[in-house]
Ligand binder design. Structure first.
Ligand SMILES: Cc1cc2nc3c(=O)[nH]c(=O)nc-3n(C[C@H](O)[C@H](O)[C@H](O)COP(=O)(O)O)c2cc1C
Length: 220
């Protein structure tokens, strides 16, 4: 599917003010680290990791994972991961549990500005783990990238295929996350067992976005 030149209506509805953290703070992420490991090595090394050390991960490593997953790599706004029609319906949120240099909390990630905006302070790690099938690895990880889909423009362009296209895109983003984690020698695993309704009750997500997929990481 070719990119289409369309009106700039990528953005989903803004988060209602009542659901944003009071005095929401914005964090400009440090430059991503160079990923110098060989691609064939990263492909071989990538393995789902479900046990994590207590040690936090450095903010620069998190920034590198986010860049790999959703980084903007062209002046026109195209990214590391492909997107049907270059619509980018998949939105990124960061659950920071133990990240050096970043207050624990729930953040939205803006790939164009490379910023995190705090939406809710503090960790709710046990509760997040509970709505992800009570999985121990979610209760132990240092951070997680929550991917949601905003179907508005995708549905207008591609009709009934919208949901499938968003899921495929989330898969691409996930593989980029895992390969970058392998390069940085971090552990990572995909979490598909999530309860989208419960997650929306727990986290301040926009009404018109649907949680799809969680990618977690931590020191192995
Ligand atoms: C879409 C998707 C959803 C997954 N969901 C979970 C999950 O909820 N919990 C989990 O521990 N692993 C999950 N996995 C990881 C798989 O169990 C894992 O990829 C598989 O066992 C193969 O092992 P490997 O990743 O080490 O190659 C998921 C993988 C994919 C692709």
């Amino acid at each position: 599917m070719k990119p289409r030149v369309t009106p700039q209506d990528h953005a989903p509805a803004a988060m209602p003010a009542s659901r944003r953290a009071a005095g929401a703070s914005r964090v400009v992420l440090p430059e991503p680290l160079p990923l110098e490991a060989r691609l064939d090595e990263c492909l071989k090394r990538r393995r789902s990791t479900r046990e994590y050390a207590e040690a936090p991960i450095p903010l620069q490593e998190l920034s590198t994972l986010l860049w790999a997953a959703q980084g903007v790599t062209s002046p026109g706004g195209l990214r590391t991961a492909p997107s049907a029609g270059a619509i980018y319906p998949v939105k990124s949120y960061m659950l920071a549990f133990r990240v050096q240099g970043l207050a624990a909390g729930f953040y939205s990630f803006d790939p164009e500005q490379r910023t995190l905006t705090l939406l809710a302070k503090g960790t709710k790690q046990e509760r997040v783990a509970k709505v992800c099938g009570d999985q121990q690895c979610v209760a132990e990880c240092a951070a997680g990238l929550l991917l949601t889909a905003w179907y508005g423009r995708l549905r207008r362009e591609f009709g009934d295929a919208a949901e499938q296209l968003a899921l495929i895109e989330a898969g691409h983003i996930g593989q980029n996350w895992h390969l970058a984690a392998a390069a940085l020698r971090l552990g990572s695993v995909s979490i598909g067992k999530i309860d989208p309704v419960a997650l929306k009750l727990l986290l301040p997500l926009p009404e018109d976005e649907h949680p799809l997929y969680l990618l977690i990481t931590g020191k192995p």
